[in-house]
Write a protein that binds this ligand. Structure first.
Ligand code: PSU
Ligand code: MN
Length: 310
């Protein structure tokens, strides 16, 4: 395989799987560095990789270690990332700084999509995408731009719970990103399975989703496709319970002047306190669930490619 860039390396196992047309699932790492407390972050990182392997696909966790963009990490590197001191949260604007200054960092959905696409990965699993924020001043996640520009299948449990979900869905429509509900007809709301926001495509099977991928990109459309997969019922938290907590924590953030990339980590921690850890359990459950579904879709897409020689 060609060398992508001197500051980008692909793990040999991932490189080999891609060269053989095998199923590979990219994973983000901002959730490891900024989304979850230690040591749960490392357990989760390992757990997501294990889910993917169980299905028969190869995981490729994306991160930046000492200024090198890494596509696929070995276990020692996962440990280094999970335990690294003050890592950066890396979106597309941050790669150059991270490379030049030899930083460590976890990649967001936008950062991960960019790097995974360089390697030719087509399927990616995450928890919640970034989107349109509710509060003024204006905050639109770089994830939305990435979804509009990078042809990759992204499995998530909706958008981050703090966001303006109707506006986020509208943006995706404007950008031409198909949103497919996996065994649901509604856009899920991260901790909750429902939001009241109806989707126009629902699918029951990874096989059909692979058919959608082939049809969408086969036509020459260049956008991402989003598969939304609701949190498992037993770990979900109802909207009526989470909404007052969200609004309280959002007010706390406003009073403390916390905004931009620092907002999500702050809110996740406070919501964890206020739900006695149930929000953390829901977050872990949905991440593992998404990794498994993404691996099933990657497998189906691989079969399809081999059958049809595309
Ligand atoms: N969803 C969560 N927790 C997170 C994130 C999403 O529940 O930590 C991370 C993802 O990596 C996502 C990023 O890509 O937040 C978006 O950040 P921002 O809104 O600053 O663009
Ligand atoms: Mn932002």
């Amino acid at each position: 395989m060609r060398v992508i860039h001197p500051s980008v390396t692909v793990l040999p196992e991932v490189k080999q799987a891609l060269a053989q047309g095998g199923p590979v699932v990219a994973l983000e790492s901002a959730v490891i560095t900024h989304g979850l407390p230690r040591p749960t972050n490392l357990e989760l990182a390992r757990g997501m990789e294990a889910q993917i392997r169980e299905v028969g696909a190869i995981p490729a966790t994306v991160a930046v270690l000492e200024g090198i963009i890494r596509i696929g990490l070995v276990d020692d590197e996962l440990v280094r990332l999970a335990e690294s001191d003050s890592p950066l949260k890396i979106s597309q604007r941050d790669f150059a700084t991270a490379i030049v200054r030899n930083w460590n960092g976890g990649t967001t959905v936008a950062g991960t999509m960019f790097a995974a696409d360089l390697a030719g990965i087509k399927v990616f699993a995450t928890g919640g995408i970034g989107g349109v924020h509710r509060e003024i001043p204006f905050d639109l996640s770089n994830d939305l731009r990435a979804l509009a520009e990078i042809p990759m299948l992204v499995v998530c449990a909706g958008a981050k719970f703090i966001l303006d979900l109707p506006s986020t869905l509208e943006y995706l429509e404007t950008a031409g990103v198909p949103v497919v509900g996996y065994q649901t007809g509604e856009f899920p709301a991260f901790y909750s399975r429902t939001s009241g926001l109806k989707l126009n495509t629902r699918s029951e099977s990874p096989k059909e989703i692979a058919d959608f991928m082939r049809a969408h990109w086969g036509l020459g459309l260049k956008t991402a496709m989003l598969v939304v997969h609701p949190v498992p019922e037993e770990d979900s938290i109802s909207t009526s319970e989470i909404e007052p907590i969200r609004s309280q924590v959002s007010e706390e953030a406003r009073q403390k002047g916390i905004h931009g990339p620092a907002l999500t980590p702050f809110m996740l921690e406070r919501i964890g306190d206020l739900t006695s850890g149930r929000s953390l359990r829901a977050n872990l459950a949905l991440l593992l669930n998404n990794a498994r579904l993404a691996a099933q879709i990657a497998e189906e897409y691989t079969y399809l490619k081999k059958e049809r020689h595309i």
